[in-house]
Design a protein around this ligand. Structure first.
Ligand SMILES: [Fe+2]
Length: 314
């Protein structure tokens, strides 16, 4: 396997940008390396969310993450959505744009779920052709993320990791590996998560997601409302051993704690990365965690860049 990476540079350690934390971030300017923004929340220009996003994007690298591309659907691609994504990317200049390898809508009806696909040659060709179309519109490679799943198809002829790899190769796109989703699906479908990691081409892995889940014993649900579990941290370590330094972020979508709690959870990710990849030159470029939160707070209060969000109207 060629070892020449085609991915962008290592960004370091990031968090999902959440409305609960807008004011905290602008007031305290924590030394987070980057933020991931949910594209759908900012497609309409103007208003309070865009004000905060643009203020934060001026100070931090951002990446865009979407949930509506429905790349596996048999519906035509939503060109209005893609044009809105392109416009947002022109406005905030994200380092990269990602969505999920799944389908969400059929015959124009949105399920609001990230549903798995049948893993067949036909689906590989179908999805890859649509990814190439999307990449033509956006003018850049996109990242596709593995979803967690709770069902599988009798029609599938290959494993999920082979499906993801084949689509990425055929479409020449990149991969966002959600470590928690691999763990959740491994538990639900009884496969070894290390088999998944070992079959993915390291050259294409641009980003990791980490998140919490809910464990019901017989099955696991990808709820994003808990701290990351020890099993997922262990799998993260294995992913670092396999893929090296990969830009890592924590997704928290419900039961969202105060910002410092997520900051500390992200510190755990950096600690594991440093222990797993000692003296890795890319890790040395990450500024995250080099100041304490109280130090960043003092710097922010003295900074001329601190623009009061109270100026917002509407
Ligand atoms: Fe994810």
């Amino acid at each position: 396997m060629p070892d020449t990476r085609i991915t962008e540079d290592f960004l370091g350690f990031g968090l999902g940008l959440r409305t609960d934390h807008f004011e905290y971030i602008l007031q305290h300017q924590p030394d987070i390396d980057w933020f991931e923004v949910l594209s759908e929340n900012y497609l309409v220009a103007g208003g309070k969310p865009r004000y905060y996003l643009e203020a934060i994007a001026e100070q931090y690298p951002v990446v865009m993450h979407g949930v509506s591309m429905s790349i596996g659907s048999t519906d035509p691609l939503d060109m209005d959505y893609l044009k809105a994504l392109k416009k947002l990317s022109n406005d905030i200049q994200p380092k990269w744009i990602s969505d999920h390898i799944c389908w969400t809508s059929l015959h124009g009806v949105n399920s609001h779920d990230l549903l798995p696909l049948p893993y067949t040659e036909e689906t590989v060709n179908h999805v890859a052709q649509r990814v190439r179309q999307v990449q033509d519109v956006l003018g850049r490679r996109i990242l596709l993320e593995n979803v967690s799943s709770y069902l599988s198809y009798q029609d599938s002829t290959m494993d999920e990791w082979d499906f993801l790899s084949q689509v990425a190769e055929a479409a020449d796109c990149l991969i966002l590996l959600d470590i928690n989703n691999i763990y959740v699906s491994a538990r639900n479908h009884h496969f070894n998560p290390l088999d998944y990691l070992n079959k993915i081409d390291p050259r294409r892995v641009q980003q990791f997601h980490l998140a919490g889940h809910s464990d019901y014993g017989d099955y696991v649900i990808d709820t994003h409302d808990h701290d990351i579990t020890p099993s997922v941290w262990t799998l993260y370590q294995a992913a670092l051993e396999r893929f090296g330094a990969v830009s890592t972020m924590i997704e928290r979508d419900a039961n969202i704690p105060q910002f410092p709690a997520l900051y500390n959870e992200l510190l755990e990710a950096k600690n594991i990365a440093q222990l797993t990849l000692p003296d890795h030159p890319a890790l040395a470029r990450s500024h995250f965690g080099t100041r304490t939160l109280s130090e960043t707070s003092k710097l922010a209060s003295a900074s001329p860049h601190h623009d009061s969000p109270q100026k917002i109207r509407g």
